[in-house]
Write a protein that binds this ligand. Structure first.
Ligand code: NAD
Length: 336
């Protein structure tokens, strides 16, 4: 039985975690959970939003399911995301999106964004340039793209496509303007694509055209791979096409571990009201099951969730209903 670190998180985190665990248990998932603290809950207990005991647990298990965390305001605290990304070298952020909600503008969408998570403009190499008396006359942020970093994330996208029976990988770039950094990403992507010729179709898109295509013809896309900043923006755009962040799971795949999470935050307005939608965390747990090779159980849980949402009688307020978190979860369990 695999052991997985469980971080319920802050705000609505404990409530959606409890709902997710009940559904997993009803589906017969065979996982040993190791609960750990992070976020404000960890600041209260350990004075650190990402204590070593939590990092050690993930290091041991190499797998974690994580609820939303409140980022403590003020200096002196280390950044949770930076600590996790660095410790586990989480290079691929995987965000699947598929249509489940009836009545939305788009139906039948099913795509996966693979975003490079460690390089590009987000490496934090920035400074001001003083000119004359003005210490902040200009600012410079440097995007760093490496051959190795590009290769591992593009390869991950292609291998993901093969593993999940997907047909096409679209590489999104801006190499027409950023000829060096984006050019390197594109160049490496083309080389990796050659290895998968005949198995997975390869397509290239310039990011601005991609933003338009995603609105006009989102059904044309399957797996998408891109650099950090473009992936950050496009992944939220894509979640908007299928009903928003309340249904958006994410996986952070690393060299030293993998962390599955809901993409949304702690929803302070819903805390204590039993009103939060557990679907994003539940879908993240399904990604974890897939990662463990338990595809059949993941498929059954997704089908029960999808059925409950399409039935539209027992859904939470964000999906247009009046059900509580508990009632919504009970309806999913009944379908299982
Ligand atoms: P948020 O995602 O918490 O809330 C935005 C809106 O979405 C709110 O109206 C909220 O009620 C709604 N919402 C979010 N999750 C929902 C759910 N499961 N069911 C129903 N409605 C839901 O974003 P925010 O208000 O900008 O951030 C609040 C806190 O969360 C901040 O402290 C922020 O730092 C943190 N945050 C954490 C993460 C993370 O840990 N992954 C991500 C984003 C924000």
């Amino acid at each position: 039985m695999p052991t997985v670190t469980l971080i319920p998180g802050d705000g609505i985190g404990p409530s959606i975690t409890e709902a997710t665990l009940r559904i997993l248990e009803a589906a017969g998932a065979d996982i040993q959970w190791e609960p750990q603290l992070a976020g404000m809950a960890a600041v209260k207990a350990h004075g650190d939003p990402i204590p070593d005991v939590t990092l050690d647990s993930i290091k041991r298990n190499k797998l974690a399911l994580k609820g939303p965390l409140e980022t403590p305001v003020g200096e002196g605290f280390r950044s949770i995301n930076v600590a996790l990304r660095k410790t586990f070298d989480l290079y691929a952020n995987v965000r699947p999106a598929y249509s489940m909600v009836p009545g939305l503008r788009y139906q039948g969408l099913d795509m996966v964004m693979v975003r490079e998570n460690t390089e590009g403009l987000y490496v934090g190499v920035e400074h001001y340039i003083k000119i004359g008396d003005d210490p902040r006359a200009a600012a410079e942020s440097i995007a760093i793209i490496t051959r190795a970093g590009s290769e591992r994330v593009v390869r991950y996208a292609f291998e993901y496509a093969v593993r999940h029976g997907r047909k096409k990988v679209t590489l999104v770039h801006k190499a027409n303007i950023l000829k060096f950094s984006q050019g390197l990403f594109l160049d490496v992507g083309r080389k990796v694509a050659k290895e998968f010729e005949g198995k997975v179709e390869f397509q290239e898109r310039i990011v601005d055209a991609m933003a338009m295509d995603l609105v006009l013809h989102p059904e044309r896309f399957d797996v998408i791979v891109t650099t950090n900043l473009f992936g950050d923006i496009l992944s939220d755009q894509i979640s908007g096409l299928v009903g928003g962040l309340g249904l958006a799971p994410g996986a952070n795949i690393g060299v030293n571990g993998a962390i599955f999470e809901a993409v949304h935050g702690t929803a302070p307005d819903l805390v204590g009201k039993n009103a939060a939608n557990p679907a994003a965390l539940l879908l993240a747990a399904c990604m974890l099951l897939d990662h463990l090779g338990d595809h059949d159980r993941a498929r059954r849980i997704r089908a029960a969730l999808e059925g409950t949402i399409k039935d539209n009688r027992t859904v939470t307020r964000d999906l247009g209903g009046t059900a509580t978190t508990t009632e919504f979860s009970d309806a999913i369990i009944a379908r299982l």
